[in-house]
Design a binder for this molecule. Structure first.
Ligand SMILES: Nc1ncnc2c1ncn2[C@@H]1O[C@H](COP(=O)(O)OP(=O)(O)OP(=O)(O)O)[C@@H](O)[C@H]1O
Ligand SMILES: [Mg+2]
Length: 254
């Protein structure tokens, strides 16, 4: 059985100005341990899909099952990493930000500091534990978000364009780190991006969505390339071209 199954999932937002269909008839299964990237043009409904799986937004059609049970709200089994880094607590230092969820879960001070320290080192921030968010770079803050999500030991990581705001060098470095961490922890990952190269570098499968309104899953492309991936190899470029053609058809429909 798939760890997650989205079955005919739809989302229509209803407001004063009328209703807006953001996602239509979206079906996808995620196997335990896979790294699935979801790609699509701006506004096609990627964040909406992630928010429904995270339990932040209810579906308005279809259903989402996690381990066979319908998703009814947020849970510690799904760690979320948001775009940007506004979700860190300004008044807590790096270590305490990572330990925050552990404190809520009732873990003792010593144990949670030890665990948070482990994940701080895992994301390459040893020695930075005492800094507050205002004293950290954008890339460091994204690493802390990832460490915080991992520290809660979720079944899944849900990541919404986590590296979108970073410069190309930092982005490539963090992609490499995330890939290494995924190989080590084998968490199931749903990673949203609109960067084709990022998706081909990280994913075991790439889901491509149609453009909005009412975006749906258009195709799923398996990426059977060994890690670490050689971005200039012919095999990498072949997958890039395949995904590019799928996206391009959404931007420039015939
Ligand atoms: N809370 C909301 N209320 C009303 N409409 C919404 C809401 N959230 C999203 N939408 C609409 O749903 C559609 C899909 O939005 P979504 O944020 O999922 O797109 P996206 O694929 O993540 O885009 P981007 O790549 O720009 O982040 C958009 O048209 C958006 O305006
Ligand atoms: Mg989005």
């Amino acid at each position: 059985m798939a760890l997650v199954s989205l079955e005919g999932v739809g989302k229509t937002f209803r407001g004063k100005g009328g209703s807006w269909e953001a996602v239509r008839d979206f079906s996808l299964g995620l196997e335990e341990g896979e790294f699935c990237c979801l790609l699509g043009t701006s506004g096609c409904g990627k964040t909406t899909v992630l928010n429904m799986l995270a339990g932040f937004e209810p579906v308005t059609a279809g259903r989402i099952l996690l381990d066979g049970q319908p998703v009814a709200g947020p849970g510690a089994d799904r760690g979320v990493v948001f775009q940007g880094h506004d979700s860190l607590y300004d008044w807590l230092n790096a270590l305490d930000n990572i330990a925050f969820g552990l404190r809520l879960a009732g873990m003792g001070k010593r144990a949670r500091r030890e665990k948070a320290g482990h994940f701080l080192r895992l994301v390459g921030l040893a020695g930075q534990e005492g800094k507050h968010p205002a004293e950290l770079s954008g890339g460091m803050k994204q690493r802390i978000q990832i460490a915080r999500a991992l520290a809660a030991d979720p079944r899944m990581l849900l990541m919404d364009e986590p590296f979108g705001a970073l410069d190309a060098m930092t982005r490539a470095a963090l992609q490499g780190e995330l890939s290494r961490i995924w190989a080590e922890t084998r968490k199931t990952v749903l990673f949203i991006t609109h960067d084709i190269e990022e998706a081909v570098a990280l994913a075991t499968r790439i889901g491509v969505m149609t453009r909005g309104p009412g975006g749906t899953l258009k195709a799923v492309v398996p990426v059977d390339l060994p890690f670490p991936r050689e971005r200039t190899s012919d095999a990498f470029m072949a997958v890039f071209r395949q995904v590019h053609a799928l996206i391009h058809a959404e931007i420039h429909p015939q």
